[in-house]
Design a protein around this ligand. Sequence first.
Ligand code: ADP
Ligand code: MG
Length: 558
Amino acid sequence: MGNQPLIVLSEESQRTSGEDAQSMNITAGKAVSEAVRTTLGPKGMDKMLVDSTGNVVVTNDGVTLLTEMDIDHPAANMIVEVSETQEEEVGDGTTSAVVVAGELLKRAEELLEQDIHASTLAQGYRQAAEQAREELEEIAIDVEPDDEEILTQIAATAMTGKGAENAKDLLAELVVDAVRAVADEDSIDTDNVAIEKVVGGSIDESELVEGVIVDKERVSENMPYFAEDANVAILDGALEVKETEIDAEVNVTDPDQLQQFLEQEEAQLEEMVDQLVDVGTDVVFVDGGIDDMAQHFLAQEGILAVRRVKDSDAGRIARATGARPVSTVEDITEDDLGYAGHVAQQDVGGDQRIFIEDVEDAKAVTMILRGGTEHVIDEIERAVEDSLGVVRTTVEDGQVLSGGGAPEVELSLALRDYADSVGGREQLAVEAFADALEIIPRTLAENAGLDPIDSLVELRADHDAGETGAGLDAYTGDTVDMEAEGVSEPLRVKTQAIESATEAAVMLLRIDDVIAAGELKGGKTDDDDDDDMPAGGPGGMGGGMGGMGGMGGMGGAM
Ligand code: ADP
Ligand code: MG
């Protein structure tokens, strides 16, 4: 009986081990990065994604692409997470982070083939990333958090090459104003910048409202359209008579009793409204419903009321007006009221909205984005969100780097020097890391239709000569001083991208065994390409992602 193999895995489970596991993971990671690479930079192209129900998204934004793409391979998903972390932490640099991760894997593959052990690679990559952070901090440029000029440049750089490009000067100003308005002493929450999308009109008509816009109408036609010098109340409950907890049945035996019952309810509602009137309310935003009878009383008192207000809107109204939400109207006091100079129902692109404006210190603002079609505005919104993220990060950190591949070339040179001091086999990993970073300037050049080798040679020469800010002008193909050109990005966009890309690459490299409970999609990387992409069967991912990569196909992968 001694030779009977011991089976510990269920029959359905699938296991890939050793070099096969490594190469499967590397292939999946590279495929993800290949899929977004052509969108990078000012001359990057967009992609059109169609989901199974026919919804279309046209985008240039790395994280949007990858989350919409319905990726189904566990290793590929780890690379997608890199872009998600980047989005959460800084809001921009999502494509770059993924492209670097893919290139780290590709370079690692070459070293694995030369029998360098994965843990040596991991160690070398980690060391290189640590060194890279130090180098970047050294070349970072300090900026004052109230330097509008540089903030506007940073806002504009994040929108370059996106749908928002045409109106980027105007939008960059709006973004900077918005971030500065919502900034608290020690934190900035860009959720307090609401974005209102309006189909119709042109992007140049986009504007910033210092206050809040709520996508609602007043609850009754009999209420006033607007209120000046308005005291604003926020009710975190309903203006209704509370339902009894248990299903109660009231037996009414004569009509007087019914009348009495209704009168009682009416009196309760009137009391609620009276309470609002007593404290001096002009406008009330209610989380729940407003009873018809309460509406009647409110209208009689000339109060503008809005019901079923979203929590997020209520939060912004509170921040903008200084109102304190109360949960029961009986408890409301004058102190709970906020103030807005002007509250009005207005038409925006054919829809009625409530504007809460002229607040004393707008700690919540709304950006109205206009554009020709829904898809156009959606893409503008994504660019504006990236831009909000970089301005926020810059105000928080006060440190920036030049763009256009400048920091990557500088790092690459510095890391090659550093590699000499590392020695051992790790040295090779550090060198591979240095080479991998050049994927950014190389891709910027390729996407701009330039010769990547020429561009790189020129960039390296400039950096060798001490020009730390030399980057690629994607429009002319020249290498120029990016700081003078006004192309800057927050330091954290780069440090975060390198950190998450390294972590993800290292994690994938250290895996030598993939055990899946069921059929592993994309398990076979030698799958033939005739496989239908959406079929999603075994190998669907290998074929599918390859298809995506090929789709953008500008220039070779090297
Ligand atoms: P990501 O999702 O990584 O932010 P983008 O498509 O926004 O991808 O491209 C960012 C890259 O484009 C950065 O390396 C940035 O420095 C570069 N870039 C932005 N504007 C310019 C410009 N005007 N000239 C050259 N490079 C630029
Ligand atoms: Mg960007």
